[in-house]
Design a protein around this ligand. Sequence first.
Ligand SMILES: Cc1cc2nc3c(=O)[nH]c(=O)nc-3n(C[C@H](O)[C@H](O)[C@H](O)COP(=O)(O)OP(=O)(O)OC[C@H]3O[C@@H](n4cnc5c(N)ncnc54)[C@H](O)[C@@H]3O)c2cc1C
Length: 433
Amino acid sequence: MRVTEGGGVHRVVIVGAGFGGLFAAKFLRRAPVQATLVDRTNHHVFQPLLYHVATGILSSGEIAPATRDVLHRHANVEVQLGEVTGFDLDARQVMVTRPGGREVKLPYDSLIVAAGVGGSYFGHDEFEQWAPGMKTLSDALAQRGRIFGAFELAELEEDPEARKALLTFAVVGGGPTGVEIAGQIAELSRRALKGNFRNFDPKSVRVVLFDGGKEILANFGDKLSGKATSELEQTGVEIHTESIVTSVDADGVEVKGPDGEITRYAARTTIWAAGVQASPLAKLLAEASGAETDRAGRIKVLPDCSLPGHPEIFAVGDMMNLNDLPGVAEVAMQTGIHAARIIKKRVESGADSTPFKYRDLGSMAAVSRRRAIVSFHGLRVSGWLGWIMWMFVHLAFMTGFKNRFTAGLHWMMAFGGRGRPQRAIVGDEIGDA
Ligand SMILES: Cc1cc2nc3c(=O)[nH]c(=O)nc-3n(C[C@H](O)[C@H](O)[C@H](O)COP(=O)(O)OP(=O)(O)OC[C@H]3O[C@@H](n4cnc5c(N)ncnc54)[C@H](O)[C@@H]3O)c2cc1C
């Protein structure tokens, strides 16, 4: 390993084991550095498939492998569990609170921060209690409890109106996350749960999707958005565009429609899939380095993803803003690798840093069973072919052969047949009937 001027091995601290941090750590495998990857959880989450955990298709392990297992062959990378709480940029230290509350300082020569984003309630944080989002594995498991719990409670409910509210699912946000979860809840009720209940027909489930814009999946353009709308409606999702959720409580949502009228929808399960807010670490780094943040709190980085006045610090992935690149996995992976490559070259040969260039690999969203839309450099694909492409891309990007294999099997069961094997509820998400 190459030693630094101070006499030690070049130390890299990476914050976050999401797509940005994990791919940076993987890239450093053959670099002459000693890396430490810190995350508040012990796993890497494949966020695009969280909704498959929430709707009983995949197990948590299939989308969230242990980070230290993923990196077990990377001898120069150490994985540590801990919550990063701050930075001392002058002393080049990261403050970490370990499980049990012990506070430690991790020294670094280079730092990569990839702490991602959380949900945003646009100034209405009180909605979160009734309309949680889905960013982490525990969010997905909690949503699974709420979704399958609502069916259990509906079976016990004698009052028809109360049962109707239990069997109404409100989804807020018509981007890929909202569309995918709404589509899967509709599929679940119309196919997978057939014959499971004695006191109601799961087909009576109402899934209502609200979006403030003129169309759902607006980033895909009119044509694909239109296709997705009709396919989603065929699956059983009721779509309300130009509809802004103004209030959420335990029993439902209030929505301001295109005519300005407020309508109340009785729904005992509301899922929030609208808006993001950068990790608080973005603000801490911005304040310490003089960098700006955007409206979503994302830190504005220099063209090489570093911070102004601190070429040794990189912010990558969802928490940073570089030319308004989208908050998608590809940007996180590519910026993580870019930062790691700069560090490797600097340590090896003192090479200058280079600006980040994004290779856009397109975007896709699964609308329902065997239906997806794909947009790739002017190519627009939908329906069955889109779904095959969606499946291959997701399998390719999942971590680990075993996970790919079992996820493939579970998809065959869920999409070829009616299987939803992962339905156990272990939390306390089920409310009172
Ligand atoms: C439901 C959902 C569906 C999505 N679907 C798609 C899709 O279909 N296609 C696509 O391209 N993208 C999709 N995305 C976006 C994609 O997942 C993100 O762009 C990507 O995960 C960003 O990677 P990241 O490394 O920046 O952040 P993350 O993956 O969010 O990772 C951040 C990591 O930092 C850790 N962390 C945060 N704060 C701290 C702290 N203080 N201390 C220690 N650790 C900390 C977290 O535990 C986490 O492991 C989806 C996202 C979600 C939530």
